[in-house]
Design a protein around this ligand. Structure first.
Ligand code: NAD
Ligand code: IPM
Ligand code: MN
Length: 361
């Protein structure tokens, strides 16, 4: 099968982890007889430096034509002083909005061999398997520019949600719960926010159409606490844009490192942008030590969700699991036994496991 994939490496460790992803895509193509056409485009700070905008028109057009998109990360100190509209992050928000990628799926499932890499106690995280579904194109992130103000003494950010925007993400969450363990936790701040009250009302309304799904409402502050004290009590979690951003970084602690988490940003027709949950990690950029596994696992999500290549996705995930079982770890994973490796070495270990497996199968 031939697929056109747009690569958006972005900034900081973005290009380092993208190199790993390209190698994995090459290996999948070779092992399974596919052909992936990879086309690289600029986004974020790299695009600002080259084109004076974080999201060039050529990048948007290429993404619109692609079968799927893979993103590294954007942002960094070099561009931090720029006004909001010109920052690298605006490129990422812009491409999500342009493509209508309203559903961000962030699976949080630890690998057994990394249980001891988490600062949390093993018996607390053992058995946790959560799908965080984050609304991605609305809320505080997308307040109208005309309403965003800063006169030096007072600032205004606005939060808009239309009922339809809430309905589609909540529907997606119920459908996902049906494919998993039939439990949905809706997270809001309905004791304070009007938007959360509408959100909760819609979840209640929708639940009538999904009687097989057990629904629980949690306020976001309590949800943050429960996520690291009783993570095995969650199945699917659905929430608005900013709460989802914060809770997913927190949830990464269950897996041992933020560098482990993949994500899929999708719309109803299956078109998707795949990206690790972490950022450009300026503190380690250029050192060749970034953990590439969140990105490699994002490639697996792309194979599964955009290309319906389940066997290929499973092969990538199995290779990652085997590397970790063999004791390879990058410096973000707090492990003392095993072999500390670089980004390139971890990638080689994944490739090795993919090849060995297919030969012996
Ligand atoms: P970050 O996620 O980049 O880093 C947080 C910490 O986690 C750092 O100590 C970093 O070294 C570590 N880390 C993250 N990913 C890692 C990996 N793969 N391997 C090893 N360690 C890893 O968050 P930050 O430092 O708050 O933000 C840095 C920049 O990234 C900012 O400009 C921010 O806007 C941007 N950002 C971008 C994205 C994205 O592009 N999707 C996401 C989050 C943050
Ligand atoms: C993420 C990032 C982005 C977000 C930033 C860089 C705009 O933190 O993908 O989680 O908040 O959505
Ligand atoms: Mn984030």
């Amino acid at each position: 099968m031939n697929k056109q994939i747009v690569l958006l490496p972005g900034d900081g460790i973005g290009s380092e982890i993208m190199e790993s992803a390209e190698k994995v895509l090459d290996a999948v193509a070779g092992e399974f007889g596919h052909s992936f056409t990879l086309q690289e485009h600029a986004i974020g700070g790299a695009a600002i430096d080259q084109y004076d905008t974080p999201l060039p028109e050529t990048t948007i057009e290429a993404c619109q034509k692609a079968d799927a998109i893979l993103l590294g990360a954007v942002g960094g100190p070099k561009w931090d002083a720029l006004p909001a509209d010109k920052r690298p992050e605006k490129g990422l928000l812009g491409i999500r909005k342009e493509l209508g990628l309203f559903a961000n799926l962030r699976p949080v499932k630890g690998f057994p061999s990394l249980l001891h890499a988490s600062p949390l106690k093993e018996h607390i995280i053992d058995g946790s398997d959560i799908l965080i579904i984050r609304e991605l194109t609305g809320g505080l992130y997308f307040g109208k520019p005309s309403e965003r103000q800063n006169n030096g003494n007072a600032v205004v950010d606005t939060l808009h949600y239309h009922r339809d925007e809430m309905e589609r993400i909540i529907d997606k969450a119920f459908q996902s719960a049906r494919l998993r363990h039939h439990h949905l936790t809706s997270v809001d701040k309905a004791n304070v926010l009007e938007s959360s009250r509408m959100w909760r009302e819609i979840v209640e309304e929708k639940s009538k159409a999904y009687p097989d799904v057990v629904v629980e409402h949690l306020l976001v502050d309590a949800a943050a606490m429960k996520l690291i004290t009783q993570p095995d009590q969650f199945d699917v979690m659905v929430t608005e844009n900013m709460f989802g951003d914060i809770l997913s970084d927190e949830a990464s602690v269950l897996t041992g490192s933020l560098g482990m988490l993949p994500s899929a940003s999708v719309r109803s027709d299956g078109v998707g942008l795949y990206e690790p949950v972490h950022g450009s990690a300026p503190d380690i950029a250029g050192e060749g030590i970034a953990n590439p596994l969140g990105t490699i696992l994002s490639v697996a999500l792309m194979l599964r969700h955009s290309f319906q290549m389940e066997a290929e996705a499973a092969a990538v995930e199995r290779a990652v699991r085997e590397c970790l079982e063999q004791g390879y770890y990058t410096s973000d994973l707090h492990i003392t036994d095993g072999q500390l490796v670089s980004t390139a070495q971890m990638t080689e270990a994944v490739l090795e496991n993919m090849t060995v497996k297919s030969v012996s199968d």
